[in-house]
Design a protein around this ligand. Structure first.
Ligand SMILES: NC(=O)c1ccc[n+]([C@@H]2O[C@H](COP(=O)([O-])OP(=O)(O)OC[C@H]3O[C@@H](n4cnc5c(N)ncnc54)[C@H](OP(=O)(O)O)[C@@H]3O)[C@@H](O)[C@H]2O)c1
Length: 314
């Protein structure tokens, strides 16, 4: 049994208000850590405080605009967890270079300067294969943290599922309004969806296990599914039947071109590039098993939160 006792230790979490972050906070709070949740908007972190006792979870503001700001925040931490990430660029401060590469480098330098004992960096599966700007900047981020804090533990999850996920929920919503689903590139891209709680537990286990230092872990669930399989599985869960229509890559790119005028486009050219490579765990990679986690199946979780009143076919 792993000793996951963090009583009295300060763990600083960047991106703790996000989908994965909130589960990491839950796990760390149960383990007794004092948690600094770094956010651009402190009220958005208040909801996290109920996961711990009074004063255990403390929102900390950052505009993420200087290395000295990051340095001050990290000072005094036992461990740092970075789960910042964006899928779409917006203006100057929400750009891939800054969020995925520059900020992790600043964090890694501060971790070394302040003798932080553990640094966990959340990356993403498949970034060493893809040519998307998302993947390239994430990979550069990995290299930067390894350069400035060689003992960093890097976790690369596949697409994550869980109550607040941006993936299954979104397609379930779309299934309500669309008479068909487009299968971009024929829907052949392979994924290995992983449960967000398994990823959050991996963070805590990695923090407790000194052998995880300096390693990359690829985190995937128990099943490899194509995009088409995922749609079919989802439609089964919500009791709907929809036509699945193959869409050539070039048609998807034209769509993304026009969607680019929207403030929050549902599909970007960069996401299409990401879809052109598989998102599955390499055969020789360290993974959930090495971190002492057994992977949870989609069938055990997703149908429970899609919240469809019946599974009546239409
Ligand atoms: N979700 C997935 O399926 C998936 C799959 C593979 C890898 N990942 C990686 O896992 C990590 C966590 O993903 P997630 O889905 O939990 O992310 P998320 O919910 O989209 O966001 C994580 C946090 O990033 C912060 N953030 C967003 N935009 C920012 C900006 N412009 N500047 C600074 N901070 C910003 C937000 O914190 P505040 O608003 O509080 O500042 C947010 O809580 C990321 O590194 C992501 O790339 C996710």
């Amino acid at each position: 049994m792993m000793n996951t006792d963090f009583r009295g230790k300060v763990v600083t979490v960047f991106g703790g208000t996000g989908f994965l972050g909130r589960y990491i906070i839950d796990e760390l709070a149960s383990a007794g850590a004092v948690i600094k949740v770094v956010t651009r908007h402190t009220p958005s972190a208040y909801f996290l405080r109920t996961a711990g006792s009074p004063g255990q979870i403390v929102p900390v503001y950052s505009a993420y605009d200087s290395p000295s700001d990051i340095d001050q925040i990290i000072q005094g931490s036992y461990a740092v967890v970075n789960c910042l990430g964006i899928l779409i660029e917006h203006g100057k401060r929400a750009n891939f270079d800054h969020i995925h590469t520059e900020l992790p480098a600043w964090m890694a330098k501060a971790c070394t300067a302040h003798n932080v004992q553990r640094f966990i960096h959340i990356s993403a599966l498949g970034i060493d294969q893809s040519q998307s700007a998302y993947a390239i900047t994430k990979l550069l981020g990995e290299r930067a943290v390894q350069e400035f804090y060689p003992a960093v533990t890097i976790l690369r999850p596949s697409v994550m599922f869980g109550t607040e996920d941006h993936f299954f929920n979104r397609f379930a919503q779309l299934a309500k309004i669309l008479p068909f689903f487009p299968l971009i590139g024929g829907g052949k891209t392979r994924f290995q969806p992983v449960y967000v709680v398994d990823v959050a537990k991996s963070v805590v286990h990695a923090l407790c296990d000194i052998h995880s230092c300096g390693h990359i872990f690829e985190l995937g669930g128990p099943e490899i599914l194509t995009f088409k399989d995922i749609y079919q599985r989802l439609l089964g869960y919500i009791g709907k039947s929809r036509r699945l229509i193959p869409m050539p890559w070039w048609v998807a790119r034209i769509q993304a071109f026009f969607m680019a005028i929207l403030p929050c486009p549902p599909l970007t050219n960069d996401q299409i590039t990401s879809l052109q490579t598989d998102n599955i765990v390499a055969q020789d990679a360290y993974g959930l098993k090495e971190l002492g986690i057994s992977a949870t199946a989609i069938d055990n979780i997703v149908p429970h939160y899609l919240n469809y009143p019946t599974a009546k076919k239409d």
